[in-house]
Design a protein around this ligand. Sequence first.
Ligand code: NDP
Length: 452
Amino acid sequence: MSEFDYDLFVIGGGSGGVRAARIAALYGAKVAIAEEYRYGGTCVIRGCVPKKLFVYASAYSEHFRDAKGYGWTVPEPSFDWPALIEHKDMEIARLEGIYRRNLQNAGVEIHETRACVAGPHEITLASHGRTVSAKHILVAVGGRPFVPDFPGSEHAITSNEMFHLPRLPKRILIAGGGYIACEFASIMNGMGVDTTLIYRGDQILRGFDDDVRAHVQAEMAKKGVKFIFNQVLDKLEKVEDALVAHVTNGETVAIDQAMFATGRKPNTDGLGLETADVALGRGGEIVVDAYSQTNCPSIFAVGDVTDRVNLTPVAIREGHAFADTVFGGKPTKADHELIPTAVFTQPEMGTVGMTEAQARERGRVEIYKTDFNQMKHAFAGRAERDFMKLIIDKESRKVLGAHIIGANAGEMIQMLGIAVKMGATKDDIDRTVAVHPTAAEELVTMREPVSD
Ligand code: NDP
């Protein structure tokens, strides 16, 4: 008999927590999990999944216009926001059910309550008012968006509320220049909302390749997104049913909605981590080692609460690696190298590996780029330009970075990510026969470096 109630107690039913709980249980561990809101976490409930559904919905405005170029007669389309929200909610409920069933099928005990750490092996369940014990605790409580404090900030919302707005605003101001701000700017613009993005820097998507940033920004602008650069929003004023946004340069913008996407915070407040002396970083994130173990040996943490690479598939990998390490007898470090990722702006962007600037710091490189109007769009009269860039190590010829902008860039980068992870060289890419006619074939037909 174990001296503990459970081998593993997982706090948080998002992507990382659910994967860890399931795999640990399949290894034979006695596992319980607690979630205070809905199973599925940020990704399923108020992140990747509903966001992608919104992306699909917003793209139809262009599809209807393109259709005319292909000979279709399309009556003036209209968009029903409440219908989209209703269908989205049904889909989220379906996915939440799948998450629960997968946990149940693996034999995980499911709790629907807030749970807090009460010591190195103790967890308090809020709804039961009781404390249980576990040999290991996994904290996978994720993060949350926030609106910074400024005059009128109570009138602003975050991405969380965007998924439940009763009405589609006519005009929106989105603050931030990262993944969430840019994705929502594209979504709103595609749905016909007069959209302005305000960013404190001079180019969106800091951290991505500079050519990519410039290209995405230019294409978003062509589609109608307005940008205010080098400024922040410093006051929001309610005027009847609308808002007036005051910008640091003295400009004002009349809007119906203001959304903040200026970063997220790890959900560590009030979690009881001090009862086990778990070390936190400056932003409140849980500090972990390569095995996701905290300084308290019985407590581990995965996903956004650790603020390493805040992506769903990474949290899943971290959760799986934790279960393999602790319950599967296979010590496994979470692999954070060469993570392919997509930003679902319009046009979409996919990237893996280094930016040109990072690669140049490391050594000599060859750069291949192409910029073209793909067949589907050219025929329909759409001026959108795709962009592809490969960054090659001059000596080894290995692909150090690959960047794609255009329809289905996320799908393309997933495939290219495999090759890059395997250590593909430019010669391997050159040896690959093109699939014709596709946009992706441009990846294997770039022959002349633009610079080295
Ligand atoms: P990011 O960290 O990507 O972006 C935050 C943005 O807010 C940056 O542009 C930042 O500017 C700006 N900002 C930060 N503080 C301030 C401030 N005080 N005043 C004005 N601007 C400020 O965060 P997001 O919230 O967009 O996304 C969080 C994470 O979620 C991402 O990093 C990503 O890992 C994940 N995500 C992934 C998605 C995907 O895979 N498609 C989709 C959505 C989210 P600056 O650049 O100058 O620092």
